[in-house]
Design a protein. Sequence first.
Length: 313
Amino acid sequence: MPCTAPAFVSLSQCAICGNEHLTPVNQEHFDMQYQTNEVIVAYDRQTFWLNQCSQCGFIQPEGLPEPSNFFDCLYSKSPTDEAMAAHYAWPYKDWIFQSILSDLGNRLPHERRTLLDVGTNVGRMLFFAKQARWAVEAIELNADVARFAAEQTGVTVHAMNAYQLAQTNRRYDAITLTDVLEHIPDPVTILSELKELLSPGGWIAVKVPCGINQLRKEQLRHAIGQAPDAAIATNLVHVNHFNPKSLKMALTRAGFEAVSLQIGVPEIPPMWSSGAILSRLFRTSVYVAGRLLPGGVHTPLALNLQAYARRAD
């Protein structure tokens, strides 16, 4: 049924630790002027608060849109093949992908090289996984994007969710979620479902933005006139905003062990304009400084978080 009035289901408890002491930290908004789906257009120009948990530091919206298919509608539009081809050729995440594959390879023996990439989008990660000799498959819920990724890479891309795939009895030595978990409500549940797709002793790699540091960055950009507002969750594209403590707690509560965290590799714009060069220099410098600093993952230099965790033998 089309949504006739914007309504929210209140989130009174932290999605990670269940704490009820939540403090507003930033007001966000919906900007649906370029959307056509009735379910989500109804929320245009509405505002909402992001609340931070006093116990684990996780940041989440004060409520979620009432229609159960809101997020399906939000991500249902398929780009053109030309747009997907351009995205596939764009190398801004290559350093991230290569770093994750290297770290996973160091955690597993050479004979264990089956990998599932969750939320693969157009499949560039799959290209690097094949190069590194992983036997790789992927999940991508958008059927058109899944088709493109499969055609582009020759990899099996499942247009189904993790729970459905687990019912097929497929199991993998490693699972990757790169800039995916921040988009999915109820993150502990999805991590629990993904654990069932891992073979005993398998590893999961989760890369997410660090919510509080991204907010600080956007507040600074707004203060110096580089951004119209200090937003990190416009249209609820990002639902979950982790810090190191809450990301480790989410993985532990989902049943993983040996959780380790480090600063995540940044996206690097490949252009050579003066602005792009300065952006590359800033992102790389902040990342390197944070990695060199003892406890750097707990400082404002950690704009992104990279976690690794193991399923028990």
